[in-house]
Write a protein that binds this ligand. Sequence first.
Ligand SMILES: [Ca+2]
Ligand SMILES: [Ca+2]
Ligand SMILES: [Ca+2]
Length: 219
Amino acid sequence: MNSALLTLASLALAGSATAQSSIMADYKYAWSENIGWTNWRDANAEASGVRLHPRFLSGWVWSENVGWIHMGDGSPADCLQYSNATGADAGVNILPNGDLAGLAWGENVGWINFGTAATLGGLGMQARFDSALRRFRGYAWGENIGWINLEDDARSIRATPTCLGDVDQNGQVNFADLNQVLSSFNATGPCILGDTNGDGVTDFADLNNVLSFFNTTCQ
Ligand SMILES: [Ca+2]
Ligand SMILES: [Ca+2]
Ligand SMILES: [Ca+2]
């Protein structure tokens, strides 16, 4: 194989490892009463499907009936969570208790609200991520499409375990990630590369994330 081809092949491999959907192949569909099935994994051959970050989601959901739904661009303006104050910084966040919050954008159906705790929290049916079961639950609401059901046990959306130590998101936890944590150790504030859990500080919790996932190949 000539070197140009080899370079292309390794670039393609690196690309797929960098941004692969974290939704499980057997648990990738959710149902909406008005738009039918939505697929959370397969956008762009899984490279652009929904991805779970410690405190937010990113990627694209495909609906056969209404097209693309964008969960967020993976880069909140403050590096911590989407503000949802402007369309450019909109997306779905994960709150500390697992409840989802914020807005997804459907190219043909407008805003979809994942922050349903105020409406459905009393019933325990708010849209949320159950980190023990690794599955989404509850209901999201779109003004134009009604409910999206994440609660159906037969057809649930589940995520592979998050590889928290992969600071540079290249699909491997290795010395490069360890180095990022050590070189930003004790730094506080947004946009710190070594902050693996997105809590605004690089500390022992982040070091522990790298060490406990060390040499792991991530999803
Ligand atoms: Ca952004
Ligand atoms: Ca890495
Ligand atoms: Ca941290």
